[in-house]
Ligand binder design. Structure first.
Ligand SMILES: [Zn+2]
Length: 579
């Protein structure tokens, strides 16, 4: 295989005609039509991201123009010019490439201008391909201006650039502008599959998305990633594990683990996933990036159900299956907030000396919708309330939980939230609570104040606060606050002196009480319960503790309605009215 790979794939598979250029049909078709009709312009501007085929296409244009059968979109491939201008051919003296990054000064362009007046030596046209054209200086462009404005009949300019807006406007206005673009995953996948088949190598289905993501939509970058994988291949096969290692990507299983933990609001599982990321030697930043990509994919899957068929989301079928399931369980506002939190975290992680710690802080933020008063956190809370309403209103109990777009996209509820008190706001802490009359606060009062208590806990210990994410207030027994937690290990840890002390101090601070703290394990849900329903109940219960109201054992509908009234100023609509 060594000999096969001695030429870089990108060079080896460089297109020789416009029909061979992959994924730029919006550019190559009109160019081909113009060539076929003999409509030749004297200056072209090829713009677009790096590695998209601008320079290759400029060479193809030159080849098409100078073929003895031409100008033609289908150069013959056998004439002297076609052979010289073939992808790995020797080149033609009439086709001159200039890299403006190193030769963009006024002296270079003056020299170029002077040469441009000479008629072509062997061909129909003299073609000047100016790469990185945005690097030409203003003086350089000015030296070219006259010849671009009034070009001799034999002269063609092709400017290729990633930044067309930096090309002198008077030059740009003389050009036909063709914007090249990054390839969508599906198009790239077809290209990669074809090349692998041609090279006689087999790569695991799960490897394609890795390669395509690493290439970022640029054929050149993608093929160079593929080069690297094939060079390190075991025989003629590239396995997923090998690709993961080489590309430094996070194992999809860990991403799934993290998303599942978030969907279940399971702090222990989420931090467990982080632990596994570190154990596996993954870079925390890379994990955060890959997690962000997953949130993006889930958002796309929600908005465009056939995103996979359209090639907007690319993943092996089994992964897609899990992603569809995750997309159905997490609301759009939730995912949007997750994406924002991770995005912000990535910014903080850049250049940080303790990226793992920052990743854990990011995870803590993901688990705590009440930690932020931003609009998206509010939307996430509304979604949860709506999900609970869906569950509890008679007649809609069978409906699948709809936490997604339609509800969060409505301007109505979102607007109403503007006037609502953000949770944890000090003003809220002064709201009279039902227990205020009876001296010591009771459990309901503690629940009302719970966000404030958690704020106070967070000020003392972020870890303790994170563990409280799944905890609810169960009762006040004498001078002991009894919490319950769905996870037995976390319940046990919350009972540890250090954590209990932190919570006790926070209680003192928030409520002025001198209490002890105990944490029990929430009674497990009945084994025969519908699993989806159970997840929702769990998240409902934990949310109940976090929201400013209600006993854990109260009727969910009552809880939700109260939340809507208190938090959002909602009014009840009778059941027989259309919702
Ligand atoms: Zn030819």
């Amino acid at each position: 295989m060594g000999s096969l790979l001695s030429v870089a794939l990108y060079r080896k598979y460089r297109p020789a005609t416009f029909t061979e250029v992959v994924g730029q049909e919006h550019v190559t078709e009109p160019l081909s039509n113009a060539l076929a009709a003999g409509r030749i312009n004297h200056a072209y501007l090829f713009s677009g991201p790096r590695g998209c085929g601008k320079t290759s296409s400029a060479r193809i244009l030159a080849r098409s123009l100078n073929c003895t059968q031409g100008p033609t979109p289908t150069p013959c491939g056998v004439c002297e010019s076609c052979v010289a201008l073939a992808p790995n051919g020797p080149g033609s003296i009439d086709v001159i490439e200039l890299d403006a990054a190193s030769h963009g000064g006024v002296d270079d362009t003056r020299e170029l201008r002077d040469r441009a007046f000479y008629a072509p030596a062997q061909s129909r046209y003299r073609v000047f391909i100016i790469d990185e054209a945005h690097m030409v200086t203003t003086a350089g462009f000015n030296a070219l201006l006259k010849i671009v404005e009034e070009p001799p009949e034999h002269l063609i300019f092709v400017f290729a650039t990633t930044e067309p807006e930096k090309v002198l406007p008077t030059i740009r206005s003389r050009t036909h502008h063709y914007p090249f673009r990054l390839l969508p995953p599906r198009t790239m996948r077809a290209l990669v599959e074809r090349i692998c088949e041609h090279e006689g190598v087999v790569i695991d289905d799960a490897v394609y998305p890795l390669v395509i993501r690493a290439g970022g939509g640029s054929p050149r970058d993608t093929l160079s990633v593929l080069d690297q994988l094939l060079a390190g291949a075991d025989g003629d096969r590239v396995s997923y594990q090998r690709a993961l290692g080489l590309l430094g990507a996070t194992d999809i299983a860990l991403i799934d683990e993290a998303v599942e933990a978030l969907a279940a609001d399971d702090a222990a599982a989420l931090f467990g996933a982080v632990e596994s990321v570190i154990d596996a030697g993954h870079d925390p930043r890379r994990f955060a990036t890959d997690l962000l990509e997953r949130f993006r994919d889930l958002l796309v899957l929600q908005a465009v159900p056939d995103a996979a068929a359209r090639g907007v989301v690319d993943a092996p079928e089994d992964v897609l299956e899990r992603m569809r399931d995750q997309a159905a369980r997490l609301g759009r506002a939730t995912l949007t907030r997750y994406a924002e939190v991770v995005q912000t975290g990535l910014g903080e992680m850049r250049g940080a000396t303790a990226p793992r710690l920052l990743l854990e802080v990011v995870c803590a933020r993901l688990l705590l919708p009440s930690a932020s008063d931003s609009e998206s956190a509010l939307l996430q809370r509304i979604e949860r309330i709506e999900t609970r309403l869906d569950m509890s209103i008679p007649g809609s109990a069978k409906a699948p939980p709809s936490r997604s777009g339609e509800s969060s996209g409505e301007p109505g509820p979102a607007k109403r939230t503007k006037g609502a008190q953000p949770r944890g706001n000090p003003a809220r802490a002064q709201t009279p609570t039902p227990a205020a009359t009876a001296g010591e606060p009771d459990a309901a009062a503690v629940r009302t104040m719970w966000p404030t208590v958690r704020d106070k806990v967070r000020q003392r210990s972020r870890t303790t606060e994170v563990m409280l994410a799944g905890a609810t207030v169960r009762a006040v027994e004498g001078n002991t606050l009894v919490l319950s937690h769905e996870s037995a290990p976390l319940a046990k840890r919350l009972c540890e002196q250090r954590n209990a002390d932190v919570i006790a101090e926070a209680l003192k601070d928030a409520l002025g009480v001198d209490w002890r703290v105990r944490c029990e394990t929430t009674h497990p849900a009945p084994a025969d319960a519908d699993p989806d329903q159970r997840v929702d109940e769990d998240s409902m219960l934990s949310e109940t503790g976090r929201d400013d109201s209600s006993a854990t054992r109260r009727d969910p509908e009552e809880v939700a309605l109260e939340l809507l009234r208190n938090e959002l100023g909602a009014r009840r609509i009778e059941h027989d009215q259309p919702r």
